[in-house]
Design a binder for this molecule. Structure first.
Ligand code: CA
Length: 476
Protein backbone atom coordinates (compact mmCIF):
# COMPACT_ATOMS: atom_id res chain seq x y z
CA UNK A 1 0.00 0.00 0.00
CA UNK A 2 2.82 2.34 0.96
CA UNK A 3 4.64 1.43 -2.21
CA UNK A 4 1.58 2.01 -4.36
CA UNK A 5 1.02 5.40 -2.83
CA UNK A 6 4.68 6.23 -3.31
CA UNK A 7 4.64 5.27 -6.96
CA UNK A 8 1.59 7.37 -7.63
CA UNK A 9 2.95 10.32 -5.68
CA UNK A 10 6.25 10.23 -7.51
CA UNK A 11 4.51 10.10 -10.89
CA UNK A 12 2.34 13.05 -9.96
CA UNK A 13 5.29 14.99 -8.61
CA UNK A 14 7.32 14.45 -11.76
CA UNK A 15 4.40 15.56 -13.94
CA UNK A 16 3.70 18.47 -11.62
CA UNK A 17 7.27 19.69 -11.77
CA UNK A 18 7.18 19.49 -15.51
CA UNK A 19 3.88 21.34 -15.69
CA UNK A 20 5.40 23.96 -13.40
CA UNK A 21 8.40 24.32 -15.65
CA UNK A 22 6.24 24.71 -18.72
CA UNK A 23 3.95 27.14 -16.93
CA UNK A 24 6.89 29.51 -16.59
CA UNK A 25 7.20 29.71 -20.36
CA UNK A 26 5.14 31.94 -22.58
CA UNK A 27 2.26 30.41 -24.53
CA UNK A 28 4.06 30.58 -27.85
CA UNK A 29 7.23 29.05 -26.48
CA UNK A 30 5.32 26.29 -24.72
CA UNK A 31 3.58 25.36 -27.96
CA UNK A 32 6.81 25.48 -29.90
CA UNK A 33 8.55 23.14 -27.47
CA UNK A 34 5.89 20.46 -27.52
CA UNK A 35 7.23 17.55 -29.50
CA UNK A 36 5.37 15.82 -32.28
CA UNK A 37 4.90 12.12 -31.60
CA UNK A 38 5.02 9.45 -34.30
CA UNK A 39 4.18 6.10 -32.73
CA UNK A 40 4.89 3.30 -35.20
CA UNK A 41 3.67 -0.12 -34.12
CA UNK A 42 3.70 -3.32 -36.10
CA UNK A 43 1.89 -6.53 -35.21
CA UNK A 44 3.77 -9.60 -33.93
CA UNK A 45 7.22 -8.27 -34.84
CA UNK A 46 9.64 -10.04 -32.52
CA UNK A 47 12.70 -8.08 -31.44
CA UNK A 48 14.94 -10.94 -32.57
CA UNK A 49 13.86 -10.13 -36.13
CA UNK A 50 15.30 -6.60 -35.89
CA UNK A 51 18.92 -5.85 -36.75
CA UNK A 52 19.37 -3.48 -33.83
CA UNK A 53 18.51 -6.34 -31.46
CA UNK A 54 21.09 -8.63 -33.05
CA UNK A 55 18.83 -10.54 -35.44
CA UNK A 56 20.41 -13.65 -36.95
CA UNK A 57 17.63 -14.05 -39.49
CA UNK A 58 17.19 -10.70 -41.28
CA UNK A 59 18.30 -7.10 -41.73
CA UNK A 60 16.22 -4.02 -40.94
CA UNK A 61 18.36 -1.00 -41.86
CA UNK A 62 15.58 1.57 -41.56
CA UNK A 63 14.21 0.44 -38.22
CA UNK A 64 17.83 0.29 -37.07
CA UNK A 65 18.17 4.00 -37.90
CA UNK A 66 15.84 4.77 -34.99
CA UNK A 67 18.11 2.75 -32.67
CA UNK A 68 21.28 4.28 -34.08
CA UNK A 69 19.89 7.79 -33.66
CA UNK A 70 18.11 7.08 -30.39
CA UNK A 71 17.67 4.58 -27.57
CA UNK A 72 17.01 0.84 -27.56
CA UNK A 73 15.17 -0.78 -24.66
CA UNK A 74 16.26 -4.35 -23.96
CA UNK A 75 13.70 -5.21 -21.30
CA UNK A 76 10.45 -3.78 -22.59
CA UNK A 77 7.69 -6.22 -21.62
CA UNK A 78 3.98 -6.42 -22.31
CA UNK A 79 1.56 -7.15 -19.51
CA UNK A 80 -0.66 -9.49 -21.61
CA UNK A 81 0.97 -10.93 -24.72
CA UNK A 82 -1.75 -10.75 -27.32
CA UNK A 83 -2.89 -8.22 -29.89
CA UNK A 84 -6.03 -6.33 -28.79
CA UNK A 85 -5.23 -6.44 -25.05
CA UNK A 86 -1.77 -4.93 -25.58
CA UNK A 87 -3.27 -2.17 -27.72
CA UNK A 88 -5.79 -1.36 -24.98
CA UNK A 89 -3.00 -1.23 -22.37
CA UNK A 90 -1.03 1.18 -24.58
CA UNK A 91 -4.08 3.44 -25.09
CA UNK A 92 -5.05 3.58 -21.42
CA UNK A 93 -1.91 2.98 -19.34
CA UNK A 94 -3.98 0.47 -17.37
CA UNK A 95 -3.88 -3.30 -16.95
CA UNK A 96 -6.39 -5.40 -18.89
CA UNK A 97 -8.79 -5.98 -15.96
CA UNK A 98 -9.29 -2.21 -15.72
CA UNK A 99 -9.40 -1.25 -19.40
CA UNK A 100 -11.78 -4.14 -20.09
CA UNK A 101 -9.95 -5.81 -23.02
CA UNK A 102 -8.73 -8.93 -21.26
CA UNK A 103 -8.70 -10.98 -24.49
CA UNK A 104 -9.15 -10.62 -28.24
CA UNK A 105 -12.91 -11.22 -27.95
CA UNK A 106 -13.66 -8.10 -25.90
CA UNK A 107 -14.80 -4.74 -27.24
CA UNK A 108 -12.87 -1.65 -26.20
CA UNK A 109 -14.96 0.90 -24.32
CA UNK A 110 -14.09 4.02 -26.28
CA UNK A 111 -15.72 6.29 -23.70
CA UNK A 112 -12.86 5.76 -21.25
CA UNK A 113 -9.83 7.99 -20.77
CA UNK A 114 -7.10 7.35 -23.35
CA UNK A 115 -3.75 8.72 -24.40
CA UNK A 116 -5.04 10.26 -27.66
CA UNK A 117 -7.92 11.93 -25.82
CA UNK A 118 -5.58 13.46 -23.25
CA UNK A 119 -3.25 14.71 -25.99
CA UNK A 120 -6.20 15.99 -28.00
CA UNK A 121 -7.47 17.94 -24.97
CA UNK A 122 -3.98 19.40 -24.61
CA UNK A 123 -4.08 20.77 -28.15
CA UNK A 124 -2.49 17.99 -30.18
CA UNK A 125 -3.75 16.99 -33.61
CA UNK A 126 -4.31 13.23 -33.29
CA UNK A 127 -4.51 10.53 -35.95
CA UNK A 128 -4.58 6.74 -36.20
CA UNK A 129 -3.79 4.95 -39.45
CA UNK A 130 -3.73 1.18 -40.01
CA UNK A 131 -4.52 -1.61 -37.61
CA UNK A 132 -6.93 -0.83 -34.77
CA UNK A 133 -8.39 -4.23 -33.84
CA UNK A 134 -10.46 -3.10 -30.87
CA UNK A 135 -13.93 -3.81 -32.31
CA UNK A 136 -15.41 -0.39 -31.50
CA UNK A 137 -14.72 2.77 -33.55
CA UNK A 138 -11.59 4.73 -32.60
CA UNK A 139 -12.19 7.68 -30.25
CA UNK A 140 -9.89 10.56 -29.39
CA UNK A 141 -8.61 11.06 -32.94
CA UNK A 142 -9.20 13.99 -35.29
CA UNK A 143 -8.46 11.57 -38.12
CA UNK A 144 -8.80 7.81 -38.31
CA UNK A 145 -8.25 5.51 -41.27
CA UNK A 146 -8.20 1.96 -39.99
CA UNK A 147 -8.49 -1.63 -41.15
CA UNK A 148 -11.64 -3.50 -40.16
CA UNK A 149 -10.65 -6.32 -37.78
CA UNK A 150 -7.42 -7.96 -38.91
CA UNK A 151 -7.64 -6.37 -42.37
CA UNK A 152 -6.28 -7.75 -45.64
CA UNK A 153 -2.71 -7.70 -46.97
CA UNK A 154 -3.71 -7.10 -50.59
CA UNK A 155 -6.27 -4.54 -51.79
CA UNK A 156 -7.57 -3.88 -48.29
CA UNK A 157 -10.68 -2.08 -47.17
CA UNK A 158 -9.95 0.82 -44.81
CA UNK A 159 -12.43 2.84 -42.78
CA UNK A 160 -11.70 6.56 -43.09
CA UNK A 161 -13.46 8.54 -40.36
CA UNK A 162 -16.25 5.95 -40.37
CA UNK A 163 -16.53 5.53 -44.16
CA UNK A 164 -15.38 2.26 -45.77
CA UNK A 165 -13.26 2.42 -48.89
CA UNK A 166 -11.49 -0.35 -50.82
CA UNK A 167 -7.91 0.41 -51.87
CA UNK A 168 -5.73 -1.11 -54.56
CA UNK A 169 -2.26 -2.08 -53.41
CA UNK A 170 -0.31 -3.62 -50.56
CA UNK A 171 -1.42 -2.82 -47.04
CA UNK A 172 1.96 -1.73 -45.59
CA UNK A 173 2.55 0.70 -48.49
CA UNK A 174 -1.01 2.03 -48.34
CA UNK A 175 -0.92 2.65 -44.58
CA UNK A 176 2.33 4.57 -45.05
CA UNK A 177 0.93 6.57 -48.01
CA UNK A 178 -2.08 7.59 -45.93
CA UNK A 179 0.08 8.47 -42.93
CA UNK A 180 2.43 10.67 -44.97
CA UNK A 181 -0.48 12.35 -46.72
CA UNK A 182 -2.06 13.22 -43.37
CA UNK A 183 1.25 14.52 -42.06
CA UNK A 184 1.51 16.76 -45.12
CA UNK A 185 -2.08 18.01 -44.91
CA UNK A 186 -2.43 18.44 -41.14
CA UNK A 187 -2.81 21.91 -39.60
CA UNK A 188 0.77 23.08 -39.16
CA UNK A 189 0.37 25.26 -36.08
CA UNK A 190 -0.17 22.48 -33.51
CA UNK A 191 1.91 19.43 -32.62
CA UNK A 192 0.73 16.02 -33.83
CA UNK A 193 0.33 12.59 -32.31
CA UNK A 194 0.10 9.87 -34.94
CA UNK A 195 -0.37 6.18 -34.29
CA UNK A 196 0.89 4.43 -37.43
CA UNK A 197 -0.07 0.80 -36.93
CA UNK A 198 0.99 -1.84 -39.42
CA UNK A 199 -0.92 -5.06 -39.91
CA UNK A 200 2.31 -6.81 -40.86
CA UNK A 201 3.88 -9.14 -39.92
CA UNK A 202 0.78 -10.81 -38.46
CA UNK A 203 -0.39 -14.17 -39.90
CA UNK A 204 -1.26 -15.15 -42.56
CA UNK A 205 2.02 -13.88 -43.88
CA UNK A 206 1.45 -12.53 -47.38
CA UNK A 207 4.45 -10.65 -48.83
CA UNK A 208 4.23 -8.02 -51.54
CA UNK A 209 5.53 -8.58 -55.06
CA UNK A 210 8.75 -6.69 -54.40
CA UNK A 211 9.84 -9.10 -51.66
CA UNK A 212 8.14 -12.27 -52.91
CA UNK A 213 11.37 -14.04 -53.82
CA UNK A 214 13.58 -12.65 -51.06
CA UNK A 215 15.42 -15.48 -49.21
CA UNK A 216 14.55 -17.82 -52.09
CA UNK A 217 17.94 -19.49 -52.18
CA UNK A 218 18.94 -19.27 -48.54
CA UNK A 219 18.10 -21.28 -45.46
CA UNK A 220 16.94 -19.29 -42.46
CA UNK A 221 18.88 -20.54 -39.42
CA UNK A 222 16.80 -22.39 -36.86
CA UNK A 223 16.84 -21.09 -33.28
CA UNK A 224 18.78 -23.07 -30.67
CA UNK A 225 15.55 -24.06 -28.93
CA UNK A 226 13.81 -25.23 -32.12
CA UNK A 227 13.73 -28.84 -30.95
CA UNK A 228 12.91 -28.16 -27.30
CA UNK A 229 11.29 -31.35 -25.96
CA UNK A 230 9.88 -29.54 -22.91
CA UNK A 231 11.63 -31.94 -20.59
CA UNK A 232 11.35 -30.06 -17.31
CA UNK A 233 8.27 -27.98 -18.08
CA UNK A 234 4.66 -28.34 -17.02
CA UNK A 235 2.27 -29.74 -19.63
CA UNK A 236 0.96 -26.38 -20.81
CA UNK A 237 3.41 -25.85 -23.67
CA UNK A 238 2.94 -29.41 -24.93
CA UNK A 239 -0.78 -28.80 -25.28
CA UNK A 240 -0.35 -25.50 -27.11
CA UNK A 241 -1.46 -26.12 -30.67
CA UNK A 242 0.65 -23.57 -32.55
CA UNK A 243 3.80 -25.63 -32.85
CA UNK A 244 5.88 -25.47 -36.01
CA UNK A 245 5.06 -28.88 -37.37
CA UNK A 246 2.93 -31.03 -39.60
CA UNK A 247 -0.29 -30.51 -37.63
CA UNK A 248 -0.18 -26.79 -38.26
CA UNK A 249 0.39 -27.09 -41.97
CA UNK A 250 -3.32 -27.10 -42.66
CA UNK A 251 -3.87 -24.09 -40.44
CA UNK A 252 -1.31 -21.60 -41.68
CA UNK A 253 0.73 -22.78 -44.62
CA UNK A 254 -1.67 -24.39 -47.06
CA UNK A 255 -1.92 -21.23 -49.08
CA UNK A 256 1.81 -21.04 -49.74
CA UNK A 257 2.33 -24.36 -51.54
CA UNK A 258 1.94 -28.09 -51.30
CA UNK A 259 3.75 -30.01 -48.64
CA UNK A 260 6.23 -32.35 -50.36
CA UNK A 261 5.48 -36.03 -49.96
CA UNK A 262 7.58 -38.56 -48.13
CA UNK A 263 9.07 -36.37 -45.41
CA UNK A 264 9.53 -37.46 -41.83
CA UNK A 265 7.86 -35.47 -39.07
CA UNK A 266 11.15 -33.68 -38.33
CA UNK A 267 11.75 -32.91 -42.01
CA UNK A 268 8.23 -31.54 -42.26
CA UNK A 269 8.81 -29.35 -39.21
CA UNK A 270 11.99 -27.97 -40.76
CA UNK A 271 10.34 -27.40 -44.13
CA UNK A 272 7.37 -25.60 -42.57
CA UNK A 273 9.75 -23.42 -40.53
CA UNK A 274 11.46 -22.21 -43.73
CA UNK A 275 8.16 -21.34 -45.40
CA UNK A 276 6.80 -19.62 -42.32
CA UNK A 277 9.95 -17.63 -41.59
CA UNK A 278 10.59 -16.52 -45.16
CA UNK A 279 7.10 -15.13 -45.54
CA UNK A 280 7.20 -13.54 -42.08
CA UNK A 281 10.54 -11.87 -42.88
CA UNK A 282 9.37 -10.75 -46.34
CA UNK A 283 6.46 -8.95 -44.66
CA UNK A 284 8.96 -7.32 -42.28
CA UNK A 285 11.14 -6.20 -45.19
CA UNK A 286 8.21 -4.16 -46.45
CA UNK A 287 7.60 -2.70 -42.97
CA UNK A 288 11.26 -1.72 -42.85
CA UNK A 289 11.16 -0.04 -46.28
CA UNK A 290 8.10 1.91 -45.22
CA UNK A 291 9.60 2.98 -41.89
CA UNK A 292 12.40 4.39 -44.04
CA UNK A 293 9.90 6.33 -46.14
CA UNK A 294 8.37 7.97 -43.08
CA UNK A 295 11.75 8.81 -41.57
CA UNK A 296 12.79 10.35 -44.90
CA UNK A 297 9.60 12.40 -44.92
CA UNK A 298 10.33 13.74 -41.43
CA UNK A 299 13.80 14.78 -42.64
CA UNK A 300 12.47 16.46 -45.78
CA UNK A 301 9.75 18.28 -43.84
CA UNK A 302 12.19 19.56 -41.22
CA UNK A 303 10.38 17.59 -38.51
CA UNK A 304 13.26 15.37 -37.46
CA UNK A 305 14.48 17.23 -34.37
CA UNK A 306 11.13 18.01 -32.82
CA UNK A 307 9.45 14.64 -33.35
CA UNK A 308 9.60 11.67 -31.02
CA UNK A 309 9.67 8.55 -33.18
CA UNK A 310 8.87 5.22 -31.61
CA UNK A 311 9.07 1.78 -33.15
CA UNK A 312 7.46 -1.09 -31.28
CA UNK A 313 5.22 -4.10 -31.74
CA UNK A 314 2.12 -5.06 -29.76
CA UNK A 315 4.01 -8.05 -28.33
CA UNK A 316 6.88 -10.37 -29.15
CA UNK A 317 6.64 -13.61 -31.10
CA UNK A 318 8.19 -17.06 -31.19
CA UNK A 319 10.26 -17.52 -34.34
CA UNK A 320 10.43 -21.28 -34.01
CA UNK A 321 11.73 -20.75 -30.49
CA UNK A 322 10.68 -23.74 -28.36
CA UNK A 323 9.21 -25.13 -31.60
CA UNK A 324 6.45 -22.49 -31.62
CA UNK A 325 5.18 -19.74 -33.82
CA UNK A 326 2.88 -17.56 -31.78
CA UNK A 327 2.80 -15.35 -28.68
CA UNK A 328 0.60 -15.63 -25.50
CA UNK A 329 3.09 -17.39 -23.23
CA UNK A 330 5.08 -15.47 -20.65
CA UNK A 331 8.32 -16.85 -22.10
CA UNK A 332 10.80 -14.18 -23.14
CA UNK A 333 10.33 -14.20 -26.91
CA UNK A 334 6.62 -13.41 -26.59
CA UNK A 335 6.86 -11.26 -23.47
CA UNK A 336 9.49 -8.82 -24.69
CA UNK A 337 8.51 -6.06 -27.10
CA UNK A 338 10.93 -4.20 -29.32
CA UNK A 339 11.09 -0.55 -28.24
CA UNK A 340 13.22 1.99 -30.06
CA UNK A 341 12.86 5.75 -29.53
CA UNK A 342 14.40 8.72 -31.27
CA UNK A 343 14.06 12.30 -30.11
CA UNK A 344 17.15 14.33 -31.03
CA UNK A 345 16.27 17.17 -28.64
CA UNK A 346 16.53 14.90 -25.58
CA UNK A 347 17.60 11.32 -26.34
CA UNK A 348 21.27 10.52 -26.91
CA UNK A 349 21.98 8.56 -30.09
CA UNK A 350 23.10 4.94 -30.00
CA UNK A 351 22.16 4.28 -26.37
CA UNK A 352 20.59 1.20 -24.77
CA UNK A 353 18.77 0.64 -21.48
CA UNK A 354 18.00 -2.51 -19.58
CA UNK A 355 15.45 -1.25 -17.04
CA UNK A 356 12.13 -3.11 -17.09
CA UNK A 357 9.68 -0.85 -18.90
CA UNK A 358 6.16 -1.90 -19.89
CA UNK A 359 3.56 -1.13 -22.53
CA UNK A 360 1.69 0.17 -19.47
CA UNK A 361 4.24 3.02 -19.33
CA UNK A 362 3.87 4.25 -22.92
CA UNK A 363 0.93 6.59 -22.24
CA UNK A 364 2.40 8.34 -19.18
CA UNK A 365 5.80 8.60 -20.88
CA UNK A 366 4.36 10.31 -23.94
CA UNK A 367 2.16 12.57 -21.81
CA UNK A 368 5.28 13.52 -19.87
CA UNK A 369 7.19 14.43 -23.05
CA UNK A 370 4.16 16.43 -24.19
CA UNK A 371 4.04 18.34 -20.90
CA UNK A 372 0.58 16.99 -20.11
CA UNK A 373 -0.43 16.09 -16.55
CA UNK A 374 -0.52 12.31 -15.98
CA UNK A 375 -3.86 11.40 -14.33
CA UNK A 376 -3.46 9.49 -11.05
CA UNK A 377 -5.49 6.49 -12.25
CA UNK A 378 -2.93 5.66 -14.95
CA UNK A 379 -1.01 2.65 -13.63
CA UNK A 380 2.14 3.00 -15.71
CA UNK A 381 4.90 5.45 -15.04
CA UNK A 382 6.90 7.77 -17.27
CA UNK A 383 10.32 6.46 -18.26
CA UNK A 384 11.30 9.72 -19.95
CA UNK A 385 14.25 10.21 -17.60
CA UNK A 386 15.54 6.71 -18.42
CA UNK A 387 15.08 7.18 -22.17
CA UNK A 388 17.01 10.44 -21.88
CA UNK A 389 19.99 8.71 -20.28
CA UNK A 390 19.25 9.28 -16.59
CA UNK A 391 18.39 6.91 -13.78
CA UNK A 392 15.45 6.63 -11.42
CA UNK A 393 16.46 5.00 -8.14
CA UNK A 394 12.94 3.92 -7.34
CA UNK A 395 12.21 2.44 -10.78
CA UNK A 396 10.51 -0.98 -10.75
CA UNK A 397 12.69 -4.06 -10.37
CA UNK A 398 9.86 -6.50 -11.06
CA UNK A 399 6.87 -6.75 -13.37
CA UNK A 400 3.52 -8.56 -13.23
CA UNK A 401 2.14 -10.45 -16.23
CA UNK A 402 -1.42 -11.66 -16.68
CA UNK A 403 -2.84 -13.60 -19.64
CA UNK A 404 -6.56 -14.40 -19.80
CA UNK A 405 -7.52 -15.83 -23.19
CA UNK A 406 -8.42 -19.48 -23.77
CA UNK A 407 -7.50 -20.52 -27.35
CA UNK A 408 -5.18 -22.87 -29.24
CA UNK A 409 -4.82 -25.08 -26.18
CA UNK A 410 -3.39 -22.33 -23.98
CA UNK A 411 -5.18 -20.59 -21.15
CA UNK A 412 -4.81 -18.11 -18.32
CA UNK A 413 -1.52 -17.71 -16.54
CA UNK A 414 0.26 -15.06 -14.55
CA UNK A 415 3.74 -14.44 -13.34
CA UNK A 416 6.39 -12.16 -12.01
CA UNK A 417 9.65 -11.28 -13.74
CA UNK A 418 12.72 -9.64 -12.29
CA UNK A 419 15.97 -8.79 -14.11
CA UNK A 420 17.19 -12.35 -13.38
CA UNK A 421 14.25 -14.63 -12.65
CA UNK A 422 10.80 -15.45 -13.83
CA UNK A 423 8.10 -17.32 -11.97
CA UNK A 424 5.09 -18.44 -14.03
CA UNK A 425 1.84 -19.71 -12.54
CA UNK A 426 -0.39 -21.59 -14.99
CA UNK A 427 -4.02 -21.27 -13.94
CA UNK A 428 -5.57 -23.80 -16.34
CA UNK A 429 -5.45 -27.53 -16.89
CA UNK A 430 -3.17 -29.10 -14.35
CA UNK A 431 -2.28 -25.89 -12.54
CA UNK A 432 1.49 -25.63 -12.46
CA UNK A 433 4.49 -23.46 -11.74
CA UNK A 434 7.71 -22.81 -13.65
CA UNK A 435 10.81 -20.94 -12.53
CA UNK A 436 13.63 -19.78 -14.80
CA UNK A 437 16.97 -18.15 -14.13
CA UNK A 438 17.48 -16.39 -17.42
CA UNK A 439 20.82 -14.90 -16.47
CA UNK A 440 22.18 -18.45 -16.45
CA UNK A 441 19.61 -19.93 -18.82
CA UNK A 442 18.59 -17.18 -21.26
CA UNK A 443 16.68 -19.63 -23.45
CA UNK A 444 14.48 -20.72 -20.53
CA UNK A 445 15.10 -24.41 -21.05
CA UNK A 446 15.34 -25.57 -17.45
CA UNK A 447 12.39 -25.24 -15.11
CA UNK A 448 13.84 -24.90 -11.61
CA UNK A 449 10.55 -24.93 -9.73
CA UNK A 450 10.46 -27.57 -7.01
CA UNK A 451 14.21 -27.76 -6.53
CA UNK A 452 14.94 -27.37 -2.80
CA UNK A 453 17.66 -24.76 -3.22
CA UNK A 454 15.22 -22.39 -4.95
CA UNK A 455 12.47 -22.75 -2.32
CA UNK A 456 13.28 -19.47 -0.62
CA UNK A 457 13.51 -17.60 -3.92
CA UNK A 458 10.14 -18.99 -4.99
CA UNK A 459 8.54 -17.78 -1.75
CA UNK A 460 10.06 -14.32 -2.28
CA UNK A 461 8.76 -14.18 -5.86
CA UNK A 462 5.30 -15.34 -4.80
CA UNK A 463 5.19 -12.58 -2.17
CA UNK A 464 6.31 -10.05 -4.76
CA UNK A 465 3.57 -11.21 -7.11
CA UNK A 466 1.01 -10.65 -4.32
CA UNK A 467 2.39 -7.16 -3.72
CA UNK A 468 2.13 -6.31 -7.43
CA UNK A 469 -1.40 -7.70 -7.66
CA UNK A 470 -2.49 -5.54 -4.74
CA UNK A 471 -0.74 -2.54 -6.26
CA UNK A 472 -2.55 -2.96 -9.59
CA UNK A 473 -5.89 -3.97 -8.06
CA UNK A 474 -5.92 -7.53 -9.44
CA UNK A 475 -8.48 -9.32 -7.32
CA UNK A 476 -7.87 -12.97 -8.24
CA1 CA B 1 -0.12 -8.95 -32.22
Amino acid sequence: MIRRKFLKTSAITAAGLLAGRLFALGDAERKRRRPNILFIMSDDHASHAIGAYGSKVNRTPNIDRIAREGVRFDNCCCTNSICAPSRAVILTGKYSHLNGVIDNGKRFDGSQQTLPKLLQQAGYQTAIVGKWHLKTAPTGFHYSNVLPGQGAYHNPVLIENGVQKKHAGYVTDLITDIAIRWLKDRPGDTPFFMMLHHKAPHANWEPDEKHATMYKDVDIPEPLTFNDIYESRTDQIRNHRLHVGPKQWELHFKRFGALPDGMTEQETKEWVYQVYMKNYLRCIASVDDNVGRVLDYLDEAGLRDNTIVIYTSDQGFFLGDHGLYDKRFMYEHALRMPLLMRYPEEIKPGTARDEIVLNLDFAPTLLDYAGVFVPADIQGRSFRAIANGGTLDDWRKTMYYRFYEVAFGIGPHEGVRTRSYKLIHFLYGDEGWELYDFQKDPDEMKNLYGQPKYRELVETLKSEMDVLKRQYGVSS
